[in-house]
Write a protein that binds this ligand. Structure first.
Ligand SMILES: NC(=O)c1ccc[n+]([C@@H]2O[C@H](COP(=O)([O-])OP(=O)(O)OC[C@H]3O[C@@H](n4cnc5c(N)ncnc54)[C@H](O)[C@@H]3O)[C@@H](O)[C@H]2O)c1
Ligand SMILES: [Zn+2]
Length: 358
């Protein structure tokens, strides 16, 4: 097992990661000072796999557990599900000493985290991420929220968990396509800050995909450490935190243009990262060899790297303009300087279109 720290003053918290940690959740919750009442928010898919042993582990440690189920799927990261979570918390007479646990992927993590941020003006919560994406990204850093029909994540709060418990064994039941999509975020950390992580993936990709425990711990641990450092520097995304959007400007636009049906998030950002690397080369920031390595690694991981030919660059670029991070007609675009270093660049829609089709 390894332990990392997210250092944010009185909002600091540990991240525990290793195999079999679900069974030890009770001790981590106790250490985090969680009260006796615990509401576990999860969905039927994850509940079928992990809820019973998880509940037993918490009960053994003396917690009184109420489970709160939300339907599976991004479309349920909604106001309606949130209202249902509040209803159950109120019905079960949860008070300010109670604690919420998010057991599941990023959808559950974001929804349960936002419920915790707002119920009784804030109750403690714990992230127990079970997808690779949630383990390396959404469970760390305190962004919580729900979707609105006008757009994703439009309603939310920054609210840090008390502890993050990552059980790598949970990845064994994750569909392979979901795992590989999560791996795209791991590749992203390598590109933005960690050449050694990138090289590890290049050398040992098959063994990571085969879920070899030591390699998983290394890759997930290195990813969480980078996410933690970025969040420590800029918790509320006023400046540097947007480095995490590498590949996301194009990726989000692709997801939105294809109605969130064609690509998993990680697949869209694999394309976005490859295209961002090409733009970086054309801007004279990135060398050709690094660009080639990025495309090769993503393709080796079975991820897409090309914008589908049916998609017109003009339409894609139009979607980027309405991205919430755009200001004054320019988008804050993250470019890479080879592998391990980035640079922000404000680009207009026309500039991106020109560099994409060059
Ligand atoms: N808060 C943040 O900083 C942040 C960052 C990135 C993404 N997100 C959000 O995360 C969400 C996506 O998260 P996701 O990719 O984890 O999707 P998800 O939560 O929908 O999980 C994907 C699928 O895997 C299933 N699943 C989860 N764990 C499993 C396991 N161990 N075995 C088998 N199946 C399992 C889920 O039930 C679901 O069907 C989006 O809503 C996105 O906005 C948030
Ligand atoms: Zn992402």
């Amino acid at each position: 097992m390894r332990t990392l720290q997210v250092k944010l003053g009185d909002r600091s918290y540990p991240i525990y990661l290793g195999e079999g940690l679900l069974a030890r959740a009770g001790e981590f919750l106790k250490e985090a000072g969680c009260g006796e009442r615990v509401g576990v928010v999860t969905n039927p898919t994850v509940a079928g796999l992990y809820l019973k042993p998880f509940q037993e582990a918490l009960s053994r440690a003396g917690f009184r557990v109420t489970s709160i189920l939300v339907a599976d799927g991004e479309e349920h990261k909604s106001l309606k599900s949130l209202a249902a979570v509040y209803d159950q918390l109120i019905r079960a007479r949860f008070d300010r000493g109670s604690c919420i646990v998010a057991l599941g992927g990023g959808v559950i993590g974001d929804l349960a985290g936002f419920a915790a941020a707002t119920f009784l003006r804030g109750v403690p919560y714990v992230q127990v991420p079970t997808t690779l994406l949630a383990q390396v990204d959404s469970s760390v850093g305190g962004k919580t929220g729900i979707n609105h029909r006008e757009g994703k994540n439009l309603i939310g709060a920054f609210y840090q968990p008390r502890v993050v418990v990552i059980d790598l064994a949970a990845l064994r039941t994750l569909p392979r396509r979901e795992f590989l999509a999560g791996l795209a975020e791991v590749v992203k950390y390598g590109i933005i800050e960690d050449p050694a992580l990138f090289a590890l993936l290049e050398e040992k990709l098959e063994r990571v995909i085969a879920l070899e425990p030591d390699l998983l711990e290394e890759a997930v641990g290195a990813s969480c450490a980078i996410k933690a450092r970025v969040v420590e520097k800029d918790e509320r995304e006023e400046d540097y935190r947007s480095v995490l959007n590498f590949g996301h400007t194009i990726g989000h636009a692709l997801e939105s243009l294809t109605a969130y049906e064609k690509f998993l998030h990680g697949e869209a950002i694999a394309i976005g990262m490859t295209q961002a690397a090409s733009i970086s080369v054309r801007q004279g920031l990135c060398d050709e060899e690094s660009r080639r390595r990025i495309g090769l690694l993503l393709r080796k991981a079975g991820l897409p790297t090309e914008i589908p030919s049916l998609i017109r660059v003009e339409d894609l670029v139009k979607k980027m303009e309405v991205d919430k991070k755009s200001a004054g007609g320019k988008v804050k675009f993250v470019l890479c300087e080879g592998i391990g270093k980035t640079q922000f660049c404000w680009l207009s829609a026309e500039e991106i279109a020109a560099r994409l089709s060059a």
